[in-house]
Design a binder for this molecule. Structure first.
Ligand code: GLN
Length: 253
């Protein structure tokens, strides 16, 4: 049984965040794995033990502001506890920014939950928009070897779409999710995209991330269930592969 909790699903949901959740649901149900979706919104508590995967989607600056205060005040501790016991925490775009230490807009600094050692600054420059492809570095499994970081890292391509004004810098403790093949990534300069620490993942790729990268949906499912992705029953992924290749082509990879 995969138990997923969507954080602020009515506010942090631009660019196909609901579709990402649907992909997780379908890929579990097709395999006979139970699936439970809960939500935690503004003012609601968050249970650190009840869920295997916590999802925080993208949002406009305005909605992010609303959620950030609540996230830090009411949900920060539970998220840290959940992550420490190996639950997956996935932040996409605005959600990724809030998993870091801070999101600065001019004079204003919005605090994040500090699960990832990253900081984001809204720059005066143009928004970073377009199709994007990265080579992600993820350990193959969720087993003890992978957790020690000793499993052979396998590189995979993730393809998606990005649209952000914020530029994200990785701190010394942050590991990028991957290397940019095409597109802007974290800041349009570093050649890096996203961040990861164990089962905590942040990325700017959305529009929609998981329908275009079914292999990554499976990686997340496996990680959340603490099994190796190879233990998941194979599915007929002809359509998913076509969607993936289409997204790669759109990015020119
Ligand atoms: N508001 C954030 C930015 O523009 C994130 C946008 C998003 O989630 N697409 O940087």
């Amino acid at each position: 049984m995969l138990r997923v909790c969507a954080l602020y699903p009515d506010l942090m949901n631009i660019y196909a965040d609901r579709g990402n959740l649907l992909v997780l649901e379908r890929r579990c149900l097709w395999r006979g794995i139970g699936f439970e979706l809960s939500a935690s919104g503004l003012g609601e508590p968050l249970d650190a033990e009840r869920h295997d995967l916590y999802y925080l989607g993208g949002g406009q600056d305005r909605d992010q502001r609303l959620c950030a205060a609540d996230l830090v005040e009411r949900k920060r501790e539970a998220l840290h506890t959940a992550a420490a016991r190996g639950a997956v925490v996935l932040g996409v775009c605005g959600g990724y920014q809030l998993l870091g230490h801070s999101y600065t807009l001019g004079e204003e600094q919005i605090a994040g939950v500090g699960l990832l050692d990253v900081r984001t600054v809204r720059s005066e420059g143009p928004r970073l928009i377009g199709n994007v492809a990265i080579e992600a570095s993820l350990p193959d499994g969720a087993g003890p070897a992978a957790q020690r970081g000793t499993a052979a890292a396998r590189d995979h391509v993730l393809a998606g779409f990005e649209n952000h004004g914020g530029r994200t810098q990785l701190g010394a403790e942050a590991l990028a999710l991957g290397r940019v093949l095409k597109g802007h990534g974290n800041d349009g300069r570093s050649g890096l995209e996203g961040a990861r620490r164990g089962s905590i993942v942040g990325t700017y790729l959305h529009g929609p991330l998981l329908p275009k990268n079914a292999w990554f949906a499976d990686w997340l499912i496996a990680r959340a269930l603490a099994i190796d992705p190879g233990e998941l029953a194979p599915l007929d992924d002809r359509l998913e592969r076509a969607a993936h290749l289409g997204a790669r082509r759109a990015a020119g990879v």
